[in-house]
Design a protein around this ligand. Structure first.
Ligand SMILES: [Zn+2]
Ligand SMILES: [Zn+2]
Length: 451
């Protein structure tokens, strides 16, 4: 091979810092540089790689299961495949830094860790553009717990301020500052940023982790690191007879569930425990927390930041108010269509579990009423469909000319009944007709015309 690369050797932006670029952004910039939609770029890339290496292409798998552009930072098989492809195509050796692949083994689950959409701080993008730098999306913006820019305090956006489009597709891209749909600027809302110091920087504890990921291409947190660190902490506490003090900092059940491998280690749990112990989550993931002894001080009382607070199990609801609303609900919709429990719960701003737990009788009645109504609806629709089909087939013109599809289309327009209900009644009526020797009135059906 000569010195040329298969893909333009774009440089990863922000490498060596916590402001490192995300892989989604890197793909975006490749689409712009090569003037190819991201989806086609990936397919052609994987084809090239499979020819080069003589192995089956990954492209069919991607075509079936591509996710969204925002997903290409998560520690998954897809992300790894894209990193391999881009590294081979550009010969850039630091692209793993644009992802959270480092956490693949260190965490058991990544539920709710990452945001589902490509997000950005309009002021950061505007600044990059004004400075003449290459605009890019930062890896940090894909963390769900980060809702505002740590530098500008602005809320992170995930929709175009002009056309509300998400930027998660696999189409053709221009600069990272322009909307993939309407081509207008994504950074038009960067004015009115709050004065520095007037907002609280979120997820500060993740900066060391992001810095490490953003500057060390081969960093990997070993599986069981967190459990190992907590185990040694437990040992220390037992030995110095301070286990009770430790429970005051980290609830006993939570700690034991992790050390025994009963509860999955997620980033939120790692952050919560690190916060309580006063250590950095990166150290906990690394399996070494030597500096925790001061934290074994019972006066250690810190409130957790909202993003990592455990889900509150205690009652927060105004129960008398809720009872009244449920009573109203049961009285009001008796005549019309009674809503499902989940609809009622959503309307009242609580979970179905909350209603079931606090008001089991109401919950039962709401469920039963909705079920009864649904059964009646099914029967009513079938009866209506049957009548409509019979009326239609009585018409000689329909009988002589119609295909099943035609009859169905006609009836759907007339009755507004669900397609599957009508389809069953049409089939039933026609089958009866056939048995009675009237099948000649319908043209034979090709498999395609069958409904
Ligand atoms: Zn910003
Ligand atoms: Zn737009």
């Amino acid at each position: 091979m000569n010195g040329r690369t298969f893909l333009f050797p774009l440089e990863l932006q922000g490498f060596g810092s916590a402001d490192v670029e995300s892989l989604s952004s890197y793909l975006w910039r490749h689409s712009e540089a090569h003037q190819v939609p991201i989806g086609i770029f990936l397919r052609l890339g994987f084809d090239w790689l499979s020819r080069r290496d003589g192995v089956p292409s990954k492209a069919p798998y991607f075509a079936r299961n591509p996710g969204t552009l925002a997903h290409y930072v998560r520690p998954t098989e897809n992300t790894r495949a894209v990193v391999n492809l881009l590294s081979a195509g550009t010969r850039e050796d630091n692209l793993r830094c644009a992802t959270f692949l480092a956490l693949e083994q260190g965490l058991d689950r990544c539920m709710k860790t990452f945001h589902n959409s490509v997000r950005w701080c309009p002021a950061c993008l505007a600044e990059q553009e004004a400075e003449g730098a290459i605009p890019y999306f930062k890896l940090a913006w894909s963390l769900a717990s980060l809702t505002q820019c740590p530098t500008h305090g602005l809320p992170l956006l995930d929709r175009c301020p002009h056309c509300s489009a998400k930027q998660c597709g696999f189409g053709l891209r221009g600069s990272c500052t322009t909307c993939a749909r309407c081509q207008k600027s994504l950074c038009d809302q960067h004015h009115g940023a709050p004065v520095p110091g007037t907002w609280r920087v979120e997820s500060k504890d993740l900066w060391k982790l992001l810095g490490r990921i953003g500057s060390t291409p081969d960093v990997t947190f070993q599986s069981g690191g967190t459990a190992k660190a907590l185990n040694s902490l437990l040992d220390t506490a037992w030995r110095s007879d301070r286990a009770v003090d430790l429970w005051k900092i980290v609830p006993r059940d939570e700690l034991l569930a992790i050390t025994y491998g009963q509860s999955p280690v997620t980033l939120t749990i790692v952050r919560r425990i690190s916060y309580r112990l006063g250590v950095d989550p990166t150290d906990l993931l690394d399996g070494c927390i030597q500096n925790t002894v001061p934290a074994l001080d019972p006066s250690w009382t810190k409130t957790l930041p909202t993003a990592i607070q455990p889900k509150r199990r205690i009652d927060r609801h105004n129960l008398p108010w809720l009872r009244e609303r449920l009573n109203e609900e049961l009285q009001s919709s008796v005549r019309s269509a009674p809503p499902a429990l989940v609809v009622v719960a959503r309307k009242l701003g609580v979970s179905t579990g909350c209603i079931r737990h606090h008001f089991p009788v109401h919950a039962f009645e709401i469920l039963a009423r909705h079920k009864r109504w649904r059964q009646l609806e099914v029967r009513r629709k079938h009866a209506a469909a049957k009548g409509a089909v019979q009326r239609a087939l009585r018409d000689p013109l329909v009988r002589s000319q119609a295909t099943r599809k035609g009859v169905l289309r006609e009836l759907r327009g007339q009755t507004g009944l669900p397609k599957n209900v009508l389809r069953r009644e049409v089939s039933r009526a026609l089958d009866v007709g056939r048995v009675m020797g009237r099948s000649g009135v319908m043209r034979p059906q090709s498999p395609k015309a069958r409904v």
